[in-house]
Design a protein around this ligand. Structure first.
Ligand code: 0L1
Ligand code: MG
Length: 253
């Protein structure tokens, strides 16, 4: 029988030791998706105040990169936020990677099993460009879907730009550019995330509804990496730009 607390403890120890571990599924081949979300839930209970949620693997580029073919979700602890201009300490991480995100801010609560992309847009008070820093606790980012769900979808840190009004922006069509040290390393459009980033958020709300949970006013949602994530190390500077939403820069030390 799987001990949820013990598995959450292994992942927490990997963070504390800054040392990647073997996928949990190697020792526990019976680890399934619902058990993995219970492990993630145990991590959430220990993570302090929540800033919001994140989608993972909503774009083909991301699914191909880690060879996992379905969307997943995780949580964003408030303590994971990087302020604008605050550098990422890569020595505090195991194997950090950065990816560009379209970030929603909820203007009101949103929950329920039938929520649509239109509902998400109507409930959102702002959109912003963000950079998510991933840091898989598994060696070389090799994992099964339950493994990565248990590991809170590789979430580590995130930085979010100033929000703009969603009015009049067709998120499917906005262009996305990811640069590292002045070179373009990824491009996409908003449609890369499940056809529409708001559809990705609607998927999240429906998934949370199955657990009697939902989004709260003021929470943010990272709607899913739009390009493959790029590895970063000391001295790197990553810039994510999204048409109509702006640009965010993250320096690494
Ligand atoms: O936020 C994401 O799309 C990442 C989900 C987990 C897979 C990965 O580590 O790249
Ligand atoms: Mg992401």
């Amino acid at each position: 029988m799987i001990d949820i607390t013990e598995l959450a403890g292994r992942l927490g120890k990997a963070v504390a030791d800054r040392t990647a571990i073997a996928p949990l599924s190697h020792g526990f081949p019976e680890l399934d998706l619902s058990t993995a979300y219970r492990v993630q839930c145990a991590l959430r209970a220990a993570a302090g105040p929540l800033a919001g949620w994140k989608l993972g693997l909503t774009s083909r580029a991301k699914q191909v990169q880690v060879d996992v073919g379905e969307p997943i979700y995780g949580f964003l602890p408030a303590a994971g936020a990087l302020d604008l201009g605050e550098p990422l300490d890569t020595n505090a991480r195991i194997q950090p990677r950065c990816e560009p995100e379209i970030v929603f801010t909820l203007g009101r609560d949103l929950a329920g099993p039938h929520v649509t992309a239109s509902d998400v847009l109507a409930a959102s008070s702002g959109l912003a460009v963000g950079i998510e820093v991933l840091d898989s606790r598994y060696v070389d980012y090799r994992f099964t879907t339950p493994d990565v769900v248990a590991d809170n979808t590789s979430a580590a840190r995130y930085v979010v730009g100033a929000p703009v009004s969603p009015a009049g922006i067709d998120l499917r069509l906005v262009g996305v550019v990811l640069e590292r040290n002045g070179r373009v390393v990824g491009t996409a459009s908003g449609a890369a995330s499940l056809g529409h980033p708001a559809s990705a958020v609607a998927w999240l709300v429906r998934a949370l509804a199955a657990e009697d949970e939902g989004l709260r006013a003021g929470e943010i949602v990272l709607s899913g990496g739009l390009t493959a994530a790029v590895p970063v190390g000391p001295g790197d500077v990553v810039v994510a730009s999204v048409d109509r939403l702006g640009t965010v820069e993250l320096a690494c030390r």
